[in-house]
Design a protein around this ligand. Structure first.
Ligand code: HEM
Length: 75
């Protein structure tokens, strides 16, 4: 399903930025299923999300956030 041009623009290209616009929100149910659906769906989905969250926290924990010069309160 994830490789069908009907649903995904240029589906075989590696374009991580495509997810910035959250295209999966506009798709019908069952089209975007990274963990599959139904009786054979991923048993580890909840664990995978937790691992991703912890990994992100560890990576971001090593950073110091600074205000970008010229940025205002909203931007
Ligand atoms: C980003 C992380 C992960 C993704 C995208 C993912 C995705 C998937 C997908 C698509 C399937 C279905 C495969 C099929 O239909 O043949 C699957 C099955 C499965 N996944 Fe994951 N998975 C992830 C992480 C994990 C983790 C962390 C575990 C366990 C620690 C896990 C355990 C399983 C098991 C046991 C199945 C087989 C379920 C069955 O056949 O009844 N997965 N996963």
């Amino acid at each position: 399903m994830h490789h069908q041009a009907r649903w995904f623009r240029d589906p075989d290209a590696f374009l991580p930025a495509r997810w910035l616009e959250r295209p999966e929100r506009a798709l019908p149910d069952g089209v975007f299923t990274p963990f599959n659906i139904g009786p054979r769906r991923c048993l580890g989905e909840r664990l995978a999300w937790k691992i991703a969250l912890v990994g992100l926290a560890v990576m971001l924990g090593g950073l110091r956030l600074v205000r970008f010069p010229g940025a205002n309160e909203t931007g």
